[in-house]
Design a protein around this ligand. Structure first.
Ligand code: 5GP
Length: 116
């Protein structure tokens, strides 16, 4: 059984956060330490620690993360100019919180993808 992270408390609204969206599958909120003008996290309500733990049964939820990203990008006014979606996986990917999350970042040119 995977260990809960702070994100489970955010899903259950047990700690304050800027909640932007929630449905039966996913939750979205602003990153506490934004690295871009818009920096939103989109997470599954189900605790899936990393991409390595995604199962076929999770495909609907994974797809919902993308449709919610699209909706929020439009609401933030960054859909026309574009944005970046990032999912970090484990140590080499730079993952800090072991509850899968999609970063939605944008609001200005982000520059090239970093390889190091
Ligand atoms: P990772 O490095 O795991 O891909 O990203 C984790 C992200 O979660 C970081 O950008 C970090 O700022 C954000 N984060 C960590 N704890 C909290 C929290 O309690 N609330 C919010 N809103 N974001 C958090």
């Amino acid at each position: 059984m995977a260990e809960e992270t702070i994100f489970s408390k955010i899903i259950r609204k047990e700690i304050p956060t800027t909640l932007l969206y929630q449905d039966e599958l996913v939750t979205a909120f602003r990153d506490i330490n934004p690295r871009a003008k818009t920096h939103i996290l989109i997470i599954p309500n189900k605790l899936i620690p990393t991409v390595n733990d995604v199962e076929a049964d999770d495909e609907l939820t994974m797809g919902r993360m993308f449709t919610v990203a699209k909706k929020l990008a439009k609401e933030e006014g960054i859909d026309e100019n574009g944005y970046r979606l990032i999912v970090n996986c484990k140590a080499h990917g730079g993952q800090e919180v072991y509850h899968i999350h999609m970063h939605l970042v944008g609001g200005a040119p982000l520059g090239p993808m970093l390889m190091n």
